[in-house]
Design a binder for this molecule. Structure first.
Ligand SMILES: *[C@@H]1O[C@H](CO)[C@@H](O)[C@H](O)[C@H]1NC(C)=O
Ligand SMILES: *[C@@H]1O[C@H](CO)[C@@H](O)[C@H](O)[C@H]1NC(C)=O
Length: 450
């Protein structure tokens, strides 16, 4: 069954007040078109298609929760047959049955060669091209490589930002410079768009810890990410000596350029519990490998935060990301003392002032403001958001805030597409996260214990 984003969001609204849950998920990353030498010859037409279909059926059979694939382009594998370098992702999709998948063709002109296949609903998907490329080895500048971002609803009230990437290849000085710029570009994007959030980056970094000029450590130093392989297989020590892998690899100890890095967030605890090469699960019927990259997998457990949690999101992916979570993690016993909501035809702005004077304001200054001052023993416990379309973009049109004593403040115009977020019993709303500009395009609520 295939879902569209809008009907899935609508059905999710039914579960709006359910509590955040614990559980686990697993991920796989695979550079899918890195064919073994013997199959690259054009005297075996069709094999890449057959192999792509085999990969697709294995993706289904093993049912990984999230798969990131990278497909090199024609120029990466000197093929003379135009047809042979057609979009192999289409063949993978033919035999795979993950319910949520990124679009492989159409609007994206052969795209960045990056795609994702998921058992989980995701949104705010964005493809970003590298700012810097190098022709020194291969021809990375001829094809638009880059990275992708998506926010995944792992479970009710459990969100994780997933990044796929395919960094510049090669080891010439220009390659190393380009690749460092690529990884820094992802790190900066994480700083801007995943502030306060749990993050998993998995893809082809083309980097090795053992090559000191490779800038792979930027994810740890700038974003606080942990490499699950370093953590679980290498006892937390980044290697300095090269250790190349066989394919299929018989040990998890050797280093590959494909990586899985992650961090927890205050509203979502995340922990890697397993990391491994999956190569022996991805063989052709005759035992040959399907790709010259060993695919890698990791398992994660997740738990809702103990001091902060969050509601689901409502609205569309426009404007800039904001999150009150980093500030809230520094406060003890935050409590809303006043709620101000602004709106006219749509929701212009939201504001909460905490008892300690901390103020969170998002959106613009348009519309009419309504303020509700809360009593000392009164908590903000529920919020209704209604969304609609303006200029073809989904945004929030309306908010109604309700306190523990039943008092309300509202702003904007209600629509038929609404969502109620209720704080878990004994919890309250103390802040926000989402995307804004002059208006509040997308919004979720941050909960803290009362
Ligand atoms: C890489 O090579 C292509 C094709 O020759 C050229 O169009 C492009 O400008 C080059 N880019 C860089 C950064 O050298
Ligand atoms: C990883 O997760 C998958 C899917 O839930 C599960 O089948 C597998 O046993 C897990 N592996 C480990 C080592 O926990």
């Amino acid at each position: 069954m295939k879902y569209t984003i809008s009907n899935l969001a609508a059905s999710a609204a039914i579960f709006g007040s359910a509590l955040a849950a614990s559980g686990d998920f697993n991920v796989l990353t695979m550079n899918v078109a890195g064919l073994p030498e013997i199959l690259q010859g054009n005297d075996v037409p069709g094999d890449k298609t057959v192999n792509s279909k085999t990969m697709g059926s294995k993706f289904s059979e093993y049912n990984y929760d999230m798969i990131h694939v990278q497909e090199p382009h024609k120029q990466d594998h000197e093929s003379n047959h135009a047809n042979q370098d057609f979009n192999y992702h289409a063949s993978i999709y033919e035999t795979d049955n993950h319910p949520y998948r990124t679009a492989t063709s159409g609007g994206v002109p052969f795209g960045s060669g990056l795609n994702s296949l998921s058992t989980k609903y995701f949104f705010n998907y964005n493809r970003v091209k590298w700012n810097v490329c190098s022709n020194a080895s291969g021809a990375d500048c001829l094809t638009p490589k880059g990275f992708t971002f998506m926010r995944v609803q792992v479970d009710e009230g459990i969100y994780v930002d997933f990044y796929n990437l395919h960094a510049d290849a090669g080891t010439e000085p220009d390659d190393l410079t380009a690749r460092a710029a690529n990884l820094k570009q992802v790190a900066d994007y994480i700083d801007a768009n995943s502030v306060g959030n749990a993050v998993v980056v998995f893809g082809d970094t083309n980097s090795r810890y053992s090559r000191t000029a490779d800038a792979i450590r930027v994810f740890r130093t700038q974003n606080g990410l942990t490499d699950a392989w370093v953590e679980l297989i290498r006892d937390g020590v980044e290697p300095t000596a090269e250790s190349l892998c066989d394919n299929p690899s018989k040990t998890d100890y050797c280093e590959t350029v494909d990586k899985i890095l992650y961090r927890a967030g205050a509203t979502v605890d995340l922990k890697a519990t397993h990391w491994g090469y999956e190569s022996t699960k991805f063989l052709q019927p005759d035992g040959n490998i399907l790709s010259d990259h060993n695919p890698i997998t990791a398992n994660f457990t997740y738990n809702p935060g103990t001091t902060l949690r969050q509601s689901d999101f409502w609205g569309g992916p426009w404007g800039n990301w904001f999150s009150d979570v980093p500030k809230l993690t520094t406060l003890s016993k935050p409590k809303a003392a006043a709620i101000t909501v602004r709106g006219a035809n749509r929701l212009d702005g939201v504001n909460v002032q905490l008892a300690d004077g901390t103020t969170f304001t998002h959106g613009g200054s348009g519309g009419t403001a309504t303020t509700l001052n809360l009593e000392a023993n009164e908590f903000w416990t529920e919020a209704v958001l209604c969304q609609g379309q303006k200029d073809g973009h989904t945004r929030n049109f309306y908010i109604k805030a309700t306190t523990s004593t039943g008092r309300t403040a509202e702003a904007g115009k209600s629509t038929s597409d609404c969502r109620t977020s209720t704080a878990p019993a004994g919890w309250q709303i103390v802040g926000f996260m989402g995307q804004d500009g002059d208006e509040v395009d997308q919004l979720a609520f941050v909960y803290a214990p009362q």
